[in-house]
Write a protein that binds this ligand. Structure first.
Ligand code: C2E
Ligand code: MG
Ligand code: MG
Ligand code: MG
Length: 277
């Protein structure tokens, strides 16, 4: 109601807006005590390595089972945590969980590949972000090579200069870096060339569109070819069907992640994947 607004009248609050803002408030309130109430956990999704023909490495994914709201998806609460300034605490929690888990697995004599850690853009936006993150990670006894830092394509495009500087610094410290959700951010691999990136993770919406049309299939195939031409490995997210697996295998995709292989699982289940590999 632009007209109403111009005349300084109140804009009517639609039921949809109301329920969205109530949901936001409910999540904001519940999130404040989520960590102290031990409502957060971390799951691990194993990845399939094509060349090694075995499950290799994991992505760490936070889970929230709220006493008042039930299970809330990170896709919903992470953006809210970023807005209300709680993301730092969540990052800390997830890093703690990864560090504990790596230590436990190593004490069981297992070799642990780099674990994917979803880096909130917050860490890269300001000068010194890389150093702060590096200190946090070292303080938990983790080596930089223990982590694959996943940064979304969207985060890389925003504030590109600060992000590039921080990523450069992190690469220099020895971290592996992946572009997450590639294909959703309206950039090209070419203009991401200046970042030091080891892996491209093709967003699940693209993986799942392979079967939709020849055009979609060609798009995924050219992302793989272009990434390889730039010496990057390719991970396909959201692989759910045998047909998707066949196409990706034929096109030389390096690593597959998705329900076809496994959902994200708890540490105990994850350990079984490591022992079977
Ligand atoms: P993401 O980093 O792209 O993670 C992949 C998402 O795809 C995960 O959703 C995973 O459970 C889901 N997935 C994996 N395989 C399949 C499949 O075959 N089919 C379908 N439909 N989905 C699949 P999840 O765990 O709900 O996480 C959503 C997003 O929330 C993540 O997307 C990431 O951006 C963010 N997130 C998750 N954990 C963390 C965290 O610890 N820290 C931060 N900052 N963000 C996180
Ligand atoms: Mg990710
Ligand atoms: Mg992803
Ligand atoms: Mg994704």
């Amino acid at each position: 109601h632009a007209k109403d607004q111009k005349r300084g009248k109140l804009v009517r609050f639609s039921p949809d807006m109301l329920s969205k803002s109530l949901r936001f408030e409910a999540i904001r309130n519940a999130l404040k005590t989520a960590i102290s109430n031990a409502e957060l956990t971390v799951n691990f999704q194993p990845l399939y390595h094509m060349q090694k023909q075995s499950m290799r490495g994991f992505e760490a994914l936070v889970r929230w089972n709220s006493a008042s709201l039930g299970a809330v998806s990170p896709a919903e609460f992470i953006p809210i945590a970023e807005r209300i300034g709680l993301i730092g605490e969540i990052d800390d929690f997830v890093l703690d969980a990864i560090a504990d888990q790596i230590q436990e697995w190593q004490s069981h004599g297992l070799e642990v590949d780099a674990i994917g850690f979803n880096l909130s853009p917050r860490n890269l936006e300001a000068d010194g972000g890389a150093d702060r993150l590096h200190r946090k990670i070292l303080s938990r006894g983790l080596e930089p090579s223990a982590l694959l830092l996943e940064v979304t394509e969207t985060a890389m495009i925003q504030d590109a200069i600060a992000v590039a500087r921080n990523l450069e610094q992190l690469a220099a410290y020895g971290y592996l870096i992946a572009i997450d959700d590639f294909g959703t951010g309206y950039s090209s691999l070419e203009n991401l060339h200046r970042f030091r990136i080891e892996k491209v993770k093709i967003d699940k919406s693209f993986t799942q569109a392979i079967t939709m049309s020849e055009r979609h299939a060609n798009m995924v195939r050219s992302i793989i070819n272009m990434a390889h031409a730039m010496n990057m490995e390719v991970v396909a997210e959201g692989v759910e069907t045998e047909h998707q697996r066949e196409c990706l295998s034929e096109w030389g995709c390096d690593i597959l992640q998705g329900y076809l292989y496994s959902k994200p699982v708890n540490a105990e289940e994850a350990e079984k994947f490591m022992r079977a590999a």
